[in-house]
Design a protein around this ligand. Structure first.
Ligand code: NAD
Ligand code: TDX
Length: 340
């Protein structure tokens, strides 16, 4: 039995990863460590809470004493670090907590892995560490060799963490891997992010706030494909290596918003162009050649199907997001979009 600590497992991708691993592997026990920030939601994990191979512990990854106690008690074989402040717009308003969790929190986990020993530490990173690509050069993609060139406090904090993780490999021989994924979408995505925000606003007949002209490009991946890629990196990836994850699915923001309007039968007149994001990255596009050649990973869900499944999930799980948007989210929304 492998004991796997999954940090940030009450968030979007971490929770999907926990469901995936419990279903795919009978030989793994999952311990979810999550601080339950605004983005962490215990109701997301409700159907695995009583699973015999699952344990939840409310803990901040920056809490060194608590993390050491947990490692000493559980002696994990594998740690997968999803825990992060993940929203670029919030990082522009308040960078400090991003450095705290994303960079210093990672350092605590690294030290715990070194102190107690580990089979593998996996850092869940992002394509945003590469900065952006120009809109008029569709021939350019991010490879693992693309230099780090960050734009936002969020991406800078993630890049710092990546460098720290690589340094623990070189200096202490810690068995690490890093994956850098493009934009995910799917169930349990927090409604501050583009796709769930637009679905929920459209359902409520509220304006759909598109930044700038809506021409920025993101490379979208269905969340389950990301989870499968991380699982493959854990099993077959080479220690000390970085793997880019993405499926050549570039879309302009405005086109996504129009698909959502069409699917929900809502008028495109809801679309409202608002002030652009500061430092807004133009285009992200992953070259997944390495993970394909080395591990045989390819995305399985086509965007046309994945977006329909996602919209249907938000229609079927209104209680999940109604609870979120009826709380503190209202203040956030007013602050970010009130005078935009
Ligand atoms: P999310 O914001 O939905 O979830 C983050 C989770 O981490 C929440 O449950 C939160 O409570 C928890 N958390 C935050 N601070 C913590 C702390 N100090 N200690 C313990 N738990 C803490 O984020 P997500 O979209 O699921 O992203 C997960 C990871 O994947 C992040 O590291 C992010 O950088 C990376 N990533 C995300 C995307 C994407 O498109 N969402 C793409 C590439 C990489
Ligand atoms: O209201 C909005 N209007 C809008 O036009 C929001 C929330 C976003 N946008 C635009 C900004 C981006 O060009 O949509 C695009 C996607 O925005 P986000 O959903 O905030 O994602 P992004 O900034 O691309 O970052 C995401 O992908 C990489 C995740 O949030 C990160 O955690 C991940 O590392």
């Amino acid at each position: 039995m492998n004991t796997i600590i999954v940090t940030g497992g009450a968030g979007f991708i971490g929770s999907n990863f926990i469901f995936y691993m419990l279903e795919q592997h009978e030989d793994c026990r999952i311990i979810c460590v999550d601080k339950l920030t605004y983005a962490g939601n215990l109701s997301t994990l409700s159907h695995v809470m009583n699973h015999p191979r699952f344990r939840f512990i409310k803990l901040d990854i920056c809490d060194r004493k608590g993390i050491y106690e947990l490692f000493s008690e559980e002696k994990p074989d594998i740690v997968v670090n999803f825990a992060a402040e993940s929203h670029v717009d919030r990082s522009i308003e308040n960078p400090e907590v991003f450095l705290q969790t994303n960079t210093l929190g990672t350092s605590v986990l690294m030290d715990a892995c070194y102190k107690y020993g580990i089979g593998r530490y996996h850092q869940v990173s992002t394509d945003e560490v590469y900065g952006d690509l120009p809109l008029d050069r569709p021939d350019l993609f991010f490879t693992e060799e693309t230099p780090i060139h960050t734009s936002s406090p969020y991406s800078a904090s993630k890049a710092s963490a990546d460098l720290l993780v690589l340094s623990y490999f070189r200096t202490y021989g810690l068995p690490i891997t890093i994956s850098r994924c493009s934009n995910n979408y799917g169930p349990y995505h927090f409604p501050e992010k583009l796709i769930p925000l637009m679905i929920i606003n459209a359902l409520n007949d509220k304006p759909l706030p598109v930044y700038g002209k809506g021409l920025n490009v993101r490379d979208w991946l269905y969340v389950e494909d990301h989870c499968r890629a991380i699982d493959m990196v854990l099993r077959k990836g080479r220690v000390g290596e970085i793997y880019n994850i993405g499926g050549h699915n570039e879309m302009k923001n405005i086109d996504i918003v129009k698909i959502i309007c069409k699917t929900l039968g809502k008028s495109e007149e809801l679309i409202t162009y608002v002030a652009d994001r500061k430092g807004h990255d133009l285009r992200y596009a992953i070259d997944p050649t390495k993970i394909y050649n080395e591990l045989g990973w390819l995305p399985e869900t086509k965007f046309e199907n994945g977006i329909q499944k996602t919209i249907q999930w938000y229609l079927d799980n209104q209680e999940w997001w109604q609870t979120i948007i009826s709380g503190e989210y209202q203040n956030y929304y007013e602050k970010m979009y009130g005078n935009r």
